[in-house]
Design a protein around this ligand. Structure first.
Ligand code: ATP
Length: 515
């Protein structure tokens, strides 16, 4: 299936099976805002619980908090968001489409130059076989060397323009390299201008004279300004971390990728406070720890690091964990060494000391911070993208049929068990099935379903991602056993009702992922 088709299928599956709806759909929708349906809300909650378990529950030195979305406007001045949380924006005069100038240039490098370089190298690799020396080929093949040099020139000019916030220089990179509108091929660009991504509103009963406040663009600042409150009340010693899950808002310029880039989204962030000078050690530790977490859910081939050359104003090292979405490898999580930038800025602007007394070295200092920051919604999209498959299965007539199945890890699935009476017309079966449902529902998220033929009900549960189906039939009434069907293998076993709960419990427990 083409990548575009795969992505469309994910979006329509999410809608059809109650995972995600466009916000305000009956009014033709609100761009880049989405609502989570009954199964979506469950999956989202499980993803958050799994992150919380891995970060807060498993680490004695990480505590969780929950801070307000509204904060004092000076916070965003100190953090640099008022002055520097901008994206460079450019419009195409012919197509009227709006782009981020930086992504336009990055995509040009990836799709035009890198692709050419890699194609030449792959061709040569096939031609030379085992004797192929890639490094030598990169340096000596004139076409490859020319493209590598061109790439370096563009990257240098691009990085310099971004660091200096020089919008004219950024436009020059687009014009000089004849970068076109990817949808229409037009080169007719407006000037590049800065666009602040924060949403502003007014606080107070009277808008006139009221203070402008912002909807937080990240949850991290709520952690920084509470750093000492938390440290003192939880009696933590450095190194320690503060974690938080919450909504964030960004007025994104280009938002065309479903829940990948939203204007209202949710973040799971952890700020780890360390002694100055030890931050690189912790940065590498957290990179590895977070990658391990992702590997518990996704195959290694779908994950990679991308180390940043172009650093944010607050960072001295940064890397993304990238996931292979249907539209390519993209950022799923950011890991940043944020230095003492935020705490220092808040100390300076508020006039309140944000220092930690370290008894081990008998000295006070502003801690350095390593941050891990992941979007819940992006994690959700990665989970669904990784899980949704169409596969050939044997049908009841000896032929084959296609089934659509969401192979989400059982511990994260919205519904854990479906209880299905074989036929709905037999009261003995429905009563027994209800009995089992009423017993299991205290332990696991269950669904009772008696509508349609059993085969269709199995397919429906496969599409929702339910790992277990329990079928109640005539034999159940005689010997108190049921058929237990497992989603991925479609294997069916006969099992006593009494053993049901413990049999499935192990697989549904987060511990199967965490250990
Ligand atoms: P991008 O480069 O894709 O704009 P970013 O580098 O600005 O992302 P961060 O500020 O590092 O993102 O935010 C941390 C995490 O929050 C990201 O890794 C991503 O998972 C999530 N995130 C950021 N912006 C959005 C958004 N508009 N919609 C959904 N998730 C987002």
């Amino acid at each position: 299936m083409k990548t575009q088709d795969t992505f469309k299928k994910i979006i329509s599956h999410c809608k059809e099976y109650g995972y995600i709806f466009q916000s305000s759909e009956i009014y033709d929708g609100l761009s880049a805002v989405y609502d989570y349906g009954p199964y979506g809300a469950e999956l989202k909650k499980n993803i958050k619980d799994y992150w919380w378990a891995a970060m807060v529950k498993l680490h004695e030195n990480i505590v969780g908090i929950d801070t307000a979305i509204f904060m004092h406007p000076k916070i965003w001045k100190a953090s640099g968001h008022v002055d520097a949380f901008n994206d460079p924006l450019v419009d195409n005069k012919d197509s009227k489409k709006r782009y981020r100038a930086d992504t336009l240039i990055e995509d040009y490098i990836a799709n035009k130059i890198d692709k050419k370089i890699n194609k030449e190298i792959e061709k040569a690799r096939k031609r030379f076989g085992d004797a192929f020396d890639e490094q030598q080929y990169r340096e000596t093949n004139p076409r490859v060397a020319a493209n590598i040099a061109k790439r370096k020139d563009i990257m240098d000019a691009f990085t310099k323009a971004m660091e200096a916030g020089d919008m004219e220089a950024l436009k020059a990179v687009i014009v000089d390299n004849e970068i076109v509108d990817p949808e229409t091929g037009s080169k007719n660009w407006t000037d590049v201008r800065q666009f602040n991504l924060m949403f502003a509103t007014k606080m107070g009963a009277v808008a006139e004279g009221a203070d402008t406040i912002y909807l937080r663009p990240e949850t991290a600042q709520g952690i920084f300004v509470n750093f000492l409150n938390v440290q003192k009340t939880s009696r933590q010693k450095i190194p320690f971390g503060i974690a938080q899950i919450g909504k964030a808002f960004r007025n994104e310029i280009v938002a065309r990728q479903f829940i990948f880039r939203m204007r209202e989204f949710e973040q799971m962030e952890m700020q780890f406070f360390v002694r100055p000078g030890t931050e690189m050690e912790w940065y590498h530790k957290w990179k590895e720890t977070r990658m391990k977490w992702h590997r518990t859910m996704f195959p290694e081939a779908k994950l990679r690091f991308h180390d940043h050359d172009n650093l944010a104003h607050y960072a001295n090292a940064a890397a993304d964990v990238e996931f292979e979405f249907p539209f390519g490898f993209k950022e799923l999580e950011g890991i940043h060494s944020r230095t003492d930038f935020d705490l220092k800025a808040h100390q300076d602007l508020s006039g309140k000391k944000l220092q930690y007394f370290d008894p081990e070295i008998d000295d006070s200092y502003i801690p350095y911070v390593v941050e891990t920051s992941i979007g819940v919604d992006r994690m959700f999209l990665a989970t669904i993208s990784n899980a949704l498959v169409d596969e050939e299965v044997p049908d009841s007539k000896g032929g084959t049929a296609t089934r659509t199945v969401l192979k989400i890890h059982p511990a994260l699935c919205p519904v854990k068990v479906a209880i299905l009476p074989l036929v709905k017309t037999d009261e003995k079966l429905t009563t027994k099935a209800r009995e089992i449902f009423n017993q299991i529902k205290f332990a696991h998220n269950c669904q009772y379903d008696e509508k349609d033929a059993i085969g269709r009900r199995y397919r429906r549960q496969d599409a929702i991602g339910t790992p277990y189906c329990v079928t109640v039939d005539g034999q159940t009434i005689e010997d108190n056993t049921v058929t237990l069907r497992e989603r991925d293998s479609m294997e069916q076993i006969r099992i006593a009702i009494d053993e049901l709960e413990s049999h499935i419990a192990a697989k549904l427990d987060f511990r199967t992922l965490l250990s």
